[in-house]
Design a protein around this ligand. Sequence first.
Ligand SMILES: *Cc1c(COP(=O)(O)O)cnc(C)c1O
Length: 456
Amino acid sequence: MQYISTRGQTRPHTFSEAVEAGLAPDGGLFLPEHMPDISGRLGDWASLSYARLAAEFLSLFAPEIAPDEWHALTARAYSKFDSPEVAPLRKITGKTYVLELWHGPTLAFKDFALQLLGLLYKRQVERSGKRLAVLGATSGDTGSAAIHGCIGQEGIHIFILYPHGRVAPLQERQMACTGADNVFAIPVPGTFDDAQSVVKECFGDAAFTAAHNLSAVNSINIARVLAQCVYYIWAWLRLRDLAGQGTDAAGGVEFVVPTGNFGNVLAGWMARQMGLPVRSFRVATNQNDILHRYFTSGDYRQGDVRPSHAPSMDIQAASNFERYLYFLLESDPAKVREVMARLKNADAVNLPAADPAFRSTSMKDDQIIRVIAQMWKDWRYVIDPHTACAFTGMATDCTSIVLSTAHPAKFPDVVKQATGMEPVHPTLEALKSLPLVTHRLPASAAEVKSFIARHS
Ligand SMILES: *Cc1c(COP(=O)(O)O)cnc(C)c1O
């Protein structure tokens, strides 16, 4: 299995090469050259543990890593989750289930991909003998999940920039209270975009990038998307255990996915392309509704980001959307290049009609509060503001699986406003008394590069 770029101007890469590169050299995103058909394997996979299922699935995409080694990697990656099922599927009503994706170390779904990515980085360091400096910018969840994937890994240093004073206090603590000497939490003045542009400038310096073996952690690594496919398969298998084989006859299943960067829902859609029998997906956005506008009216145009109660979805440029575009544009990289160039210039683009397997909804902040309150009142189930965005426009003619992307205790203020109670989690409580270690730097690539040079 080789990996091609959505923009078609990069030689085919192996899985390991594509993981190491992150972004393709031509500016595109990596995709597997073909989608394996998994439909005939689902029966065999039904009895596997989460880690074993992940190993079987990922082996199809990276045959250069032996199945036993894959199993060692996934067993380790998912050993830090606080549920034996890793991703428990919970029944709320006869037709509504919640897939809890927040049992990992940072209590958000990004742990599924980043625990594994940290181990893939480690494997790379062991094989090449070269130290790795991982660099990224975050507005919250990605940074902490990336850090927890790299904590204590020999030969890896991780540097995460974030806008000073603009990430939630608990998210900052998750990054800055690890006590690990290979982790550097770096607040910089300005917004997330300012932090992001410093990171981009660092990567623009090819000599520096090569000298320090700099690797980007962001939402577009192909390993992240593939790791996320696994929990869709897992959920589909568990639904059959809970609801029986009749689910398909009863209208099939719709996955409802709170999304901003389109990374999570893209993984589900790819699993469907591989033969997972999913009826449909609902893209659930907050008030930053570029994806909702696209799926309802065909209009894909970036606006300004308006901060919401679901901050990890405050995005107007859905970076993973390019992978879906590639399929939508008949796998023609020339068409992808043209559309991406027009988007960059903020020109109007005409996209073909969306795959009818997608629906979408969007939710404003006041409704997020009402939904959290209602879920608590009706079902005694507390959800976080991102998950809340899923609970509108629920399908009536099929079973729904809502992907719950974060533990409510990560967003205590909004949840307390809705339910009157402050949600807590022991992991987060423990952080409150630990010393905060940050490395404040100016928003300057020169300063950040010199810091990395001194500490990696
Ligand atoms: C990152 C994140 C999302 C959005 O993920 P996408 O990859 O954009 O779909 C949703 N909820 C939470 C809690 C997140 O951290």
